[in-house]
Design a protein around this ligand. Structure first.
Ligand SMILES: Nc1ncnc2c1ncn2[C@@H]1O[C@H](COP(=O)(O)OP(=O)(O)OP(=O)(O)O)[C@@H](O)[C@H]1O
Length: 325
């Protein structure tokens, strides 16, 4: 894949939050929310990023959109490392990388009309005159399946699914190339989830978008992802083509996530991999392989030595970090 032209190349990315403790709120320890993550996304591709709550998915997404300044590592967007650019230097990239949030109510300004919300990014980026922007707002509403009369309404007047459509309309307003979708359907009713997922798939084809699609549930990313990366305690433990990850999960953690997806097949259910204990804290991650405290296949080597991602699977397209393969 060396000749591939990637849209996004993330290299050894780290985001360590200082933990303030004691009466003097001194910083001694760090929360290693993202602890050396590397992956690529091609133009128009969807990478599904899956892991339990607290594994660092949102933090990773916020680093890529540069809501956070990462502690270390690189974020190459179309060949430029944006990980350390200043606010001003980031301006030309802002329109290319957008984010959709889990809770549209929190991310949409409730005191603004939908028209104002959708026009705002166009104004910030100095795009067109007022008449052009009004047309653009109507076109955006049409793209996400909302009626033109929505422009004068406020976010609270819409249902959860409709509000997420507004969030999506805002994210595509500036014709981005990459959208970080941070659990965009997790807060929605199951019946609405597939409508929003289908909308995202349609928009991707129409607008040639690439997605980093974050979810805690493997079932949600199944239909939308070309490739999937599994994250555990700040690190990617397995990544590869979605279909292969579902069919032949290699890492014991991926196997446990796959086996937790309800299937009507009693044979599959019998193979359920149940993990012991809770996810350790990213402030004091375990030595060696950070999954070893919950792994059913743990060995002495796992306790002492952190495994590196290595190529596995029938065609070598799956990367897995496990000593026992
Ligand atoms: N702004 C912040 N300041 C300090 N610590 C943070 C901050 N944001 C996240 N963390 C910590 O970083 C770790 C990873 O959190 P993050 O929200 O990225 O995980 P997540 O996988 O997205 O989980 P969830 O699905 O619950 O949002 C957690 O331990 C969290 O407490």
């Amino acid at each position: 894949m060396d000749n591939q032209e990637w849209l996004l190349e993330v290299k050894d990315l780290k985001m360590h939050f200082p933990v303030k403790e004691g009466v003097f709120m001194r910083t001694g320890k760090y929360n290693r929310a993202v602890d050396g993550v590397s992956f690529n996304i091609a133009p128009g591709e969807t990478l599904g990023l899956v892991g339990e709550s607290g594994c660092g998915k949102s933090t990773l997404g916020r680093c890529i959109t540069r809501l956070y300044q990462p502690t270390d590592g690189q974020i190459q967007f179309r060949g430029t490392d944006i990980s350390r650019l200043s606010r001003r230097e980031l301006m030309p990239f802002r329109k290319d990388i957008q984010m959709i949030f889990q809770d549209p109510m929190e991310s949409l300004n409730s005191r603004h009309t939908v028209g104002d919300i959708l026009e705002e990014p166009l104004i910030v980026q100095n795009m067109g005159d007022s008449a052009w922007r009004q047309q653009r707002v109507l076109a955006l509403l049409d793209l996400v399946g909302l009626p033109a009369r929505s422009v004068t309404r406020y976010p609270f007047e819409f249902s959860g699914g409709q509000r997420q459509r507004i969030g999506i309309a805002r994210s595509i307003a500036l014709n981005p190339q990459l959208i970080v979708c941070d659990e965009p359907v997790s807060a929605l009713d199951v019946s609405i989830q597939s409508q929003i997922l289908n909308l995202l798939i349609d928009l991707q084809q129409e607008l040639k978008l690439a997605y980093l699609f974050i979810a805690h549930d493997l079932a949600v990313v199944k239909h939308i992802s070309d490739r999937i990366a599994i994250m555990y305690l700040g690190k990617i433990v397995e990544s590869g083509p979605g279909e292969l990850i579902y069919r032949e999960p290699q890492h014991p953690y991926t196997q446990s996530l796959i086996s937790a997806i309800p299937v009507p097949d009693p044979h599959r259910r019998a193979q359920r991999v149940v993990l012991q204990g809770d996810v350790p804290s990213p402030i004091n991650p375990p030595s060696g392989c950070s999954f070893h405290t919950r792994c059913p296949k743990v060995t002495e080597q796992c306790r002492q030595q952190a495994p590196q991602l290595k190529a596995h699977g029938s065609d070598g397209s799956v990367m897995v970090a496990c000593h026992n393969l």
